[in-house]
Design a protein around this ligand. Structure first.
Ligand SMILES: NC(=O)c1ccc[n+]([C@@H]2O[C@H](COP(=O)([O-])OP(=O)(O)OC[C@H]3O[C@@H](n4cnc5c(N)ncnc54)[C@H](OP(=O)(O)O)[C@@H]3O)[C@@H](O)[C@H]2O)c1
Length: 314
């Protein structure tokens, strides 16, 4: 089968399209014929060798975590899916492999594709929307009437965070560059700030959740802007936020948390239900063919993508 692979850590140019052996579905796995795969900053970070402790140094490595496609075969012990089902999901871990014609995915990391979405739209959902959901609902405890700041609202995670925060009943303030203010307002934001002139860090703001999607703030700086039981949630792992997460997780006052996205059928099904009711709409920056994967990754690395970058896999 055709797949995007790389033989060494490096820039997007290390990616190549190649014929590789097709995977088989092991116990608990579903073999998916891929129709579309979405890219994320995670793919670039692993390709650059930034997660080498977790990814290891075995090559060739395969690319991609988000997938939408059709069930080709079921491994032993799989229930809940049938051959021919349209599915979407995200692979956990660091092996990737969704930018390929076939991928074996744990059944527990898949759900039925929302019928109203194309495969490209469905592939855009899992990693980014799961991150937003788990940051706001699980780490932040966002509740109806809560005040949330979403810092970096126009990218892959941000566009879902705005919509999910509204679906959770929150009052939503966002930051973005000035060119994206109207775009983020159209997604449902109540107040839109230009991060170049207003960081959202004023102590009087009293955020219940400060979701640092872009990841260039810190708990130390955000702390004073939080309400008495407010939570700062970061997407970017580092020693500071990991230590803060451990130290404040059960604290009754202001807390700092690191979201670590986890793919599971329950949350994917919940997201699919929001899509079905029209409360969650994927935003796609661009769809490109497999042959343009390297250029697509380079585009994400400009940190200027508006929504998701999706690979169309024939
Ligand atoms: N921990 C986890 O489990 C997890 C999961 C998913 C993602 N992440 C991380 O979360 C981060 C965001 O992911 P993503 O997929 O949303 O990335 P992305 O799509 O590449 O984000 C692009 C967005 O970043 C915004 N941006 C650029 N410079 C900014 C600045 N100085 N301040 C605020 N926003 C800025 C841009 O908006 P403007 O053009 O308006 O500036 C653009 O829309 C990445 O670092 C990613 O690795 C972590």
């Amino acid at each position: 089968m055709r797949a995007i692979v790389y033989e060494r850590f490096g820039p997007p140019e290390v990616l190549e399209q190649r014929l590789v052996p097709a995977p088989v579905a092991g116990p608990g796995e579903v073999l998916v014929r891929v129709k579309a795969a979405a890219l994320n900053p995670k793919d670039s970070l692993i390709r650059k060798g930034k997660f080498v402790l977790f990814s290891g140094t075995k090559f060739p490595r395969m690319l991609g975590y988000d997938v939408a496609g059709v069930v080709e075969a079921l491994g032993p012990g799989v229930s809940g899916f049938s051959v021919g089902d349209a599915v979407f999901g995200m692979r956990n871990g660091f092996d990737g492999g969704t930018v390929a014609e076939l991928v074996a995915v744990k059944a527990s990391e898949l759900a039925k594709k929302p019928p109203s979405l194309s495969f490209e739209e469905a592939a855009a959902v899992p990693l980014a929307a799961l991150t937003a959901l788990q940051a706001l609902r699980d780490c932040g405890g966002l509740a109806p009437g809560g005040k949330v700041l979403i810092h970096g609202a126009s990218g892959g995670v941000g566009v879902f965070a705005v919509q999910l925060a509204k679906a959770l009943g929150a009052h939503v303030t966002t930051t973005s560059s000035v060119k994206n203010l109207a775009f983020v307002r159209a997604l449902g934001a109540d107040v839109t700030l230009d991060y170049a002139v207003d960081s959202g860090l004023e102590p009087t703001r009293g955020w219940d959740v400060f979701f640092d999607v872009f990841g260039n703030r810190s708990f130390a700086k955000a702390r004073a802007s939080l309400g008495p039981r407010g939570v700062y949630v970061s997407t970017v792992p580092g020693p500071g936020i990991v230590a803060t997460d451990l130290a404040t997780r059960w604290w009754p006052g202001r807390r700092g948390r690191l979201v670590v996205v986890n793919s599971n059928t329950g949350d994917l099904t919940f997201l699919a239900s929001l899509v079905a009711s029209g409360r969650l709409v994927p935003v796609i920056d661009r769809v490109v063919p497999m042959a343009e994967t390297a250029a697509a990754q380079a585009h994400i690395e400009t940190k200027r993508a508006r929504g998701k970058v999706v690979i169309h896999v024939e």
